[in-house]
Structure formats: structure tokens, C-alpha cells
Design a protein around this ligand. Structure first.
Ligand code: ARG
Length: 719
């Protein structure tokens, strides 16, 4: 244990001599240990201290940083619980509060008074109260356990620790695993559940550039939205109640209008979701050749089918917008990841590192066979690798799929209707409550295409010997020359005859469900079978691989830390709070081209295409631009900066994170990564990786000038 502590933990968390000379930008550091990086941060321009970032005895910056629903980051910007995050983080809240009559997604929205703010059901935000290294209380007890027993043990030790940590408080806690289980931290949080939407720009501004510009620089997206946290009268978190009061935070971020220039210090503080920087060459190869193309192909099917219908009417567009945006985001992500892994020769980089490791590992029993064993695990897994993707990214992405599968519990009960009467009533009662959710975004024409095309993708991509019998049955019953035509015919049949092809039909079925009707329903037969086949026969191979892979990765990381005792590293992102520091910096995407570090409002106008789905603009935007009415938000040259780039190390989940200047003042909101470094979750590329941020001055301009809201008065502005 002591050895482990000195190596893995030391390596993971500490700064070293190497760090003191090189400016570094790679790294998602643990806030409680950021003191080790302080000297380097100061060298790069930081003017505060580590204690200003993380302190458990007095308010520090970390108290203003929130995990938003576990998928994004948000930050508190006023003493009345006002919160900034990205537009794409608020997107679902905004879209689900839009109707064709009151379309705040397209038109924007600014609450005039607190009473106009819109409560968002189900949305929570939480602040890290403290974090504590509990590795020594966990790791020594895991020796010799296999992966299942190990995670059970971690869970039970974890729940003792979290119980102790939260006793007598209103806090919640969890124990999180770092570096694939080489370290553990206890994290204590304060969770707020009364969150209200205060405002949003129209999506033509908040999502300007759409999927065409997504993941790319130069960028002109006003990617922000504004919420407020409400608390009980005692200032503590409380469930939604009309007379809850705006939360008084321990800490909120001042907002700087001073602007940015290349080289300026920049720090991103937030909750990055997942990186996989220790992915192996085998994993890269599998991703490039098989997994990524399957993900992209299946997402593409859904996107095209939905888009066609979304273009037809506003109600459909609103119903599908949020899901469309999510699927599109990672559709493009995986295209870019594949492309950049190839361009940056990530496979070769990994291979070279692995060769070094293997040479070092010779004669060391713990490590000597690691890669040979790992390779074997990959070989065993490969035939099954596409199966879960073809399901989760494809077949089960049809909206009728989860509906049909929700009947699985009923199947057994219906065998004896009399005996199970009460249970059947309970089950159908619960399903009836879900009908609105089930059919909220249900759209027959697109779903019918999705069923047919994802089945074809499954048929082509998943090895034939893994197909369920139902596929053969479909091919013979709906035979139409080619599998493609047969699957089309089959999908047509589903939406003509299934009991689940509309809300009314399903309601009727639930009034009087019979085993016969269920078992003769093609939608039910198909989705229940294709899932049962996978869960019953193939999921085990995937689970076994994932377990083995994690164990190997844990050993690899431990080995690497022994191999490089002075190595400066941080653990992979795991949705816990991290600090990334760096500087404002431009880059050259390719030979002969230099991208600037910022974009301006003129660029928005250059891209403007009236009526376009992605590049339209609100009318008053053009008006304001013509008058060059930028107020106090103008740069020194009179222009309005829209976005800028820094070399901060971020990933998904960081979206909405504050970008802070040397004094801890808000200068922007991180919202994206750049195309040339789309392989960044696997390897951080010094030369190319940038973090794309919306300039806070553009945010405030959109609130005040474009939105006509006086919210800016509530902020602490630093000029
Ligand atoms: N790429 C951004 C991120 O993952 C999300 C952008 C959302 N916009 C969109 N057009 N889908 O943080």
C-alpha cells in the first residue's frame, strides 16, 4: 500500500520539476490538490492562490461551481442564486417549455420578474461541499478480489463512508473511483432541486451555426442560458414551492468586462464527464474500424428521418428538437474522433507507448503479460463488439422500441389473467401514467423509417450467427426481394397493426390486455426478441470484456506510474469537479492557415442566411448590429467579441463551465471542443487542442441589448 501511495497517488496528484519549466495546458486537476500546481499556475499568470479555488473552511471559487443535472456545469453569478450555463445545457428545459403558441425555443425568453421564471421539473444542481481522499480506507481491502467482488466491496465501504459523512446534515455524498480504481475520493454535495429558467436567447443565437459549426472553430454561437436556484426560507435546498426564495450562495463569480488577449491566463472549473486517455492501441483500432462507423451510421438514420418530419411542422420540430440535438452532437463527435485519430496517428502513438511499457515490464510478474492478456481479451470480445452498438444506437433508438419493451413485465402475468388480476391492474395502471412520456415525441413516419433502416443495419453489421430467430421469421413473412425491402414492409406492418403504434391504441390495449394480442403483436415480438437474444446470450461477453478491460487498465496505469516515478498526471475525467488552467491561445489548423483567438459579431453577419435552419438571425439582431450598439460590452477597438479559444483541457460535461481570468472573474463560458483535436478524449494534443468559449461580454450584450432584460444589474461587474 505504501508503495502504491507513493507511486500512483504521488504521480497522479503532484506537480514535479518537469511541470515547473514547461507551460502545461493538459490536465484536469483535482481542486483539493491544486496547491501542487500553484507555482506553475502563477507562472502562467494566475493571481490568486490555491485556497481561493478550493477551501473547506471559508467560501472559495468551488462554491460557485455547480454540476447541472450530472450532464453539464453551471456557475452562480449573483447573490440571488442566478446561474449561467450553456444554451445547449438548458436546451431540453427550454424546448420542453415551448409550444407552438409560446415558442421560447425559437423566440427566446426573459422573465420580467421572479414570478415569471419557469420552474424546471426534474432539473437539479449541486455544489461540492468537500472532497476527501479515502483511497487508504478502500484499496487495502480489495486485494485478491475479482472484479465483481471488488465493486461490491467498494460499494459497501462507500456507503459506510457516505453515511458517516452526511449524518445529521442535509448533504449527500458518494465515493468516486479515480484512475480506474487506483484511487477513491469521498465527495460531499449540497443538491438544489428548485431550479427555474430565467432566460434564453432565441435558438438562432443560442445555437447559431447548428450542427454545421458544432465542434468547430471559428465559432459564433451565443451558447448560454440563465437559471436561478431557489431555496427554502432557511436558505437550504427545498423541493419546488411557489414561495421558495432565491438562494443566497456562499460564493458567486464577478463578471469581467476587461476582455481577453492571447497569452492571458484562463482557468476552466467544472465537471468533465469522461476521458479515456489510457485507451489502448487495440481499442483505437476497434473504434476506428468498427465501433465508431456503426455509431455514426445508426445515428445518421435517426437524424435524417427526424429532420424530414421536423421540417414539416412546428409541433413536431419542438417535440423532437432536444433529442435531435443530442443525437446530432455525438454523431458528429464520432465522425470527428475517427478522422482525427487517423490524422494524428493516435494508433501509432499508442503502439509506441505500449512497446516502451512492454520493454520495461519484462521480468516484472505483475506487468509482464499485461498486454498479451489484454490482447486476448480484445480478440474474444471483438465478434460481439458491434452487437450492443447496433441495438443501443440503432434498433432501440426507434421510439416504439421502449414502448413495446415496457410490456415485457406484463407477458408473464397475462398467462393467468384471473390469478394475476391485481398485478396486471397495477402494471397497466403504471404504464398508463407513462403514456404522455411515451408518446410525447412519437412520430410515425420517422419511426417507421427508423425501424426499417436500423434493422437493416443490424442485419448487415451484427454477425449472422448472433441474430435472433425473429429476423428469419420477418424475412420470410414479409419477403420482398431484398432484406431492405422486406424490412420496409415489416416496419409498415408494425405501424399499421401494432397495439403500440399510437397512444390511443396502447390505451385501448391496456384497458383489456390479453396474452394473445401481446404475443401476436409484431412490435412486441420483434423488440422483445431482439433484446432477449442479446441479454440472454451475448451481453455476458461484453460485460466480461468490460470487467477485464478495466482491470487491465488499472494495472497499466499503476505500472506506468512505477515506470515514470516523476510523471505528472491527473486521473481521467469521471464527472467529478476539476480545474484546468491554461491560456488564451490561437492555433494553426493546417499548414499555411492560422486561426485567430477570437471571433466578432461581424462573423455572425458573414454567416447569416435568412430563413436557414442553422444560420438565421432574429430581426432585432440585424438592427442592433447596423447601429453598432454594443454599449459597455464593446472591445477596446469598438467591436463586439463573440467567442474565443484557450488551451484548457476539457470534455463533455464541462459544457457551461466558467472560464475565469487570473483573478477568478468570469470571462466566458466553455461550450465546445475543436475539430482538429476531436481525438482529445483519447489523447490531448498540445498543438491542436483548444477549448471554445463564448465571451461573457457577448452573453451580457445578448441579455441586455438583444433580450431587453435588465438582469445585468444583478451581476457584480468588474471593468
Ligand atoms: N459540441 C457541444 C458539446 O458537446 C454541444 C453543442 C450542441 N450544439 C449542437 N449543434 N448540437 O459540448
Amino acid at each position: 500500500m505504501n508503495k502504491l501511495k507513493m507511486t500512483v497517488l504521488g504521480w497522479m496528484l503532484a506537480a514535479s520539476a518537469a511541470l515547473a519549466t514547461d507551460p502545461t495546458d493538459e490536465g484536469m486537476w483535482l481542486p483539493s490538490l491544486i496547491g501542487k500546481n500553484e507555482a506553475q499556475m502563477k507562472k502562467q499568470g494566475f493571481r490568486l492562490t490555491a485556497k481561493d479555488i478550493y477551501d473547506i473552511n471559508k467560501a472559495s471559487l468551488k462554491d460557485a461551481i455547480l454540476s447541472m443535472g450530472g450532464f453539464c456545469t453551471a456557475e452562480i453569478v449573483s447573490d440571488k442564486g442566478l446561474v449561467f450555463t450553456n444554451h445547449h445545457c438548458g436546451y431540453d428545459a427550454i424546448a420542453s417549455n415551448s409550444t407552438p403558441q409560446d415558442n421560447i425555443l425559437d423566440n427566446g425568453f426573459w422573465a420580467k420578474t421572479n414570478a415569471d421564471e419557469k420552474p424546471i421539473q426534474g432539473l437539479w444542481m449541486r455544489r461540492l461541499v468537500r472532497m476527501e481522499d479515502v483511497t487508504e480506507q478502500i484499496l487495502p481491502q480489495l486485494g485478491g478480489l475479482d472484479e465483481k467482488a471488488r465493486s461490491a466491496k467498494v460499494n459497501s465501504l462507500g456507503s459506510e463512508l457516505t453515511k458517516k459523512a452526511t449524518e445529521g446534515t442535509h448533504y449527500e455524498a458518494s465515493v468516486s473511483e479515480y484512475a480506474k480504481g487506483n484511487a477513491y475520493y469521498l465527495l460531499v454535495f449540497e443538491r438544489f432541486t428548485d431550479i427555474r429558467l430565467v432566460g434564453t436567447p432565441p435558438q438562432s443565437v443560442g445555437k447559431y451555426g447548428g450542427d454545421t459549426d458544432n465542434w468547430e472553430w471559428p465559432r459564433h454561437t451565443g451558447d448560454f442560458s440563465v437559471f436561478r436556484i431557489y431555496a427554502g426560507k432557511d436558505g437550504k435546498p427545498a423541493p419546488y414551492a411557489k414561495d421558495n426564495v432565491p438562494y443566497t450562495p456562499k460564493k458567486f463569480l464577478p463578471v469581467s468586462l476587461k476582455g481577453i488577449k492571447p497569452g492571458d491566463f484562463a482557468m476552466v472549473f467544472g465537471f468533465p464527464g469522461r476521458t479515456n486517455r489510457y485507451e489502448t492501441s487495440m481499442g483505437i483500432k476497434l473504434a476506428i474500424e468498427k465501433v465508431n462507423p456503426t455509431i455514426v451510421k445508426n445515428r445518421d438514420i435517426r437524424l435524417k428521418a427526424w429532420k424530414e418530419e421536423m421540417d414539416k411542422d412546428v409541433a413536431t420540430k419542438l417535440a423532437l428538437s432536444s433529442e435531435y440535438a443530442n443525437i446530432a452532437n455525438y454523431w458528429k463527435y464520432f465522425i470527428g474522433q475517427t478522422q482525427q485519430m487517423q490524422r494524428l496517428k493516435v494508433y501509432d502513438q499508442k503502439l509506441a507507448q505500449e512497446e516502451q511499457f512492454k520493454a520495461w515490464a519484462k521480468g516484472k510478474p505483475e506487468y509482464e503479460n499485461l498486454f498479451a492478456d489484454w490482447q486476448k481479451a480484445y480478440a474474444a470480445y471483438e465478434p460481439y463488439a458491434l452487437h450492443p452498438q447496433a441495438l443501443s444506437q440503432g434498433v432501440l433508438g426507434a421510439h416504439i422500441a421502449p414502448i413495446a419493451m415496457s410490456l415485457a413485465g406484463l407477458e408473464g402475468l397475462l398467462k393467468d389473467k384471473e390469478k394475476n388480476k391485481a398485478a396486471i391492474e397495477r402494471t397497466t395502471g403504471n404504464l398508463k401514467k407513462n403514456l404522455d412520456d411515451f408518446y410525447g415525441a412519437f412520430n410515425v413516419p420517422s419511426d417507421q423509417k427508423i425501424v426499417a433502416q436500423t434493422l437493416l443495419a443490424y442485419y448487415n453489421d451484427v454477425p449472422k450467427d448472433q441474430h435472433p430467430a425473429i429476423i428469419g421469421e420477418i424475412l420470410s413473412k414479409f419477403s420482398a426481394g431484398t432484406p431492405e425491402e422486406s424490412f420496409k414492409k415489416f416496419a409498415q406492418e408494425i405501424f399499421l397493426t401494432s397495439n403500440f403504434a399510437s397512444k390511443d391504441k396502447m390505451a385501448k390495449f391496456l384497458d383489456n390486455p390479453t396474452e394473445e394480442a401481446l404475443l401476436n403483436d409484431w412490435a412486441y415480438k420483434y423488440f422483445a426478441d431482439i433484446r432477449k437474444n442479446y441479454v440472454g446470450k451475448y451481453a455476458i461477453h461484453v460485460a466480461n470484456f468490460q470487467e477485464a478491460d478495466k482491470k487491465f487498465a488499472r494495472t497499466y496505469i499503476k505500472g506506468l506510474s512505477e515506470m515514470n516515478p516523476d510523471w505528472v498526471k491527473y486521473p481521467d475525467a469521471n464527472s467529478t469537479l476539476r480545474v484546468s488552467y491554461g491560456n488564451v491561445q490561437d492555433y494553426a489548423p493546417r499548414d499555411g492557415v492560422q486561426y485567430k483567438f477570437k471571433t466578432t459579431i461581424g462573423g455572425i453577419i458573414e454567416k447569416y442566411k435568412p430563413g436557414d435552419y442553422e444560420f438565421d438571425l432574429p430581426k432585432n439582431f440585424l438592427e442592433l448590429y447596423k447601429n453598432r450598439d454594443f454599449g459597455q460590452y464593446a472591445d477596446t477597438d469598438g467591436d463586439l467579441t463573440v467567442a474565443f479559444i484557450t488551451n484548457n483541457d476539457i470534455t463533455g460535461g464541462n459544457s457551461g463551465s466558467p472560464v475565469l481570468n487570473a483573478r477568478g472573474e468570469l470571462i466566458g463560458l466553455a461550450f465546445d471542443g475543436n475539430w482538429e483535436a476531436m481525438s482529445g478524449d483519447i489523447v490531448f494534443d498540445q498543438k491542436y487542442k483548444r477549448c471554445i468559449n463564448v465571451d461573457v461580454r457577448y452573453v451580457l450584450w445578448c441579455i441586455e441589448k438583444l433580450g431587453g432584460s435588465d438582469l445585468v444589474k444583478e451581476l457584480k461587474i468588474v471593468k
